[in-house]
Design a protein around this ligand. Structure first.
Ligand code: GAR
Length: 196
């Protein structure tokens, strides 16, 4: 059985979509995957309650309890690896995990760390993607699933979805339209990756 660990910082709607898809498609049979834990850097992350209700182990590793990024990432990696009997989860899924990760952390999970970013990368890496897409006059926006490398919001693209920008869109309206597509492509991309 392949264990995957999902990291969240907030509402966790992408995590919930992945959990629901895994349940509906019986991922424990094929591709033989178990969602071993959901870990948040914030105790108040809304998604933790959903995960608990689904019987998934939850953990909080609070970044504020650590003096620097390296110490936090080391503690986070230790907690992640403890979720797999061999200390080597098949996949670590960033689902609205709003922390920049150190190169050491990224190297430790090379090839098995995935992220979803709310823009059509390589456009609009970083924050405030929807406001920036609107300010640039983009006619289309979207989301990207990619393997994580040491560069922020970089790395091989696994899936993308495109949505139209509609006249008068606010960043919130555009974000909601993109999020619906995120839910669709993230679980698909994860299942495909785990079948490789
Ligand atoms: C999603 O839109 C995700 O793409 C974005 O945060 C949101 C989390 O929503 N991630 C990033 O901006 C990462 N830099 P969720 O908690 O409801 O899944």
């Amino acid at each position: 059985m392949k264990n995957i660990v999902i990291l969240i910082s907030g509402g966790g709607s992408n995590m919930a979509a992945i959990v629901r898809t895994a349940q509906r498609e019986h991922w424990e049979r094929a591709p033989g995957v178990r969602i071993a834990a959901v870990i948040s850097n914030r105790a108040d992350a809304g998604g933790l309650a959903f995960a608990r209700e689904q019987g998934i182990a939850t953990h909080v590793v609070d970044h504020k309890a650590y003096t620097d990024r390296a110490a936090f990432d080391a503690a986070l990696a230790e907690r992640i690896d403890a979720q797999d009997p061999q200390g080597h989860p098949a996949l670590v899924v960033l689902a609205g995990f709003m922390r920049v990760l150190t190169p050491d952390f990224v190297r430790h999970y090379a090839g098995r760390l995935v992220n979803i970013h709310p823009s059509l990368l390589p456009a609009f890496a970083g924050l405030h993607t929807h406001a920036r897409a609107l300010a640039a006059g983009c006619r289309f926006a979207g989301a990207t699933v990619h393997l994580v490398t040491e560069e922020l919001d970089d790395g091989p693209i696994l899936a993308q979805a495109v949505v139209p920008v509609l006249p008068g869109d606010t960043p919130e309206q555009l974000a909601a339209r993109v999020l619906t597509q995120e839910h669709r492509i993230y679980s698909r991309a994860i299942a495909d990756l785990l079948r490789r």
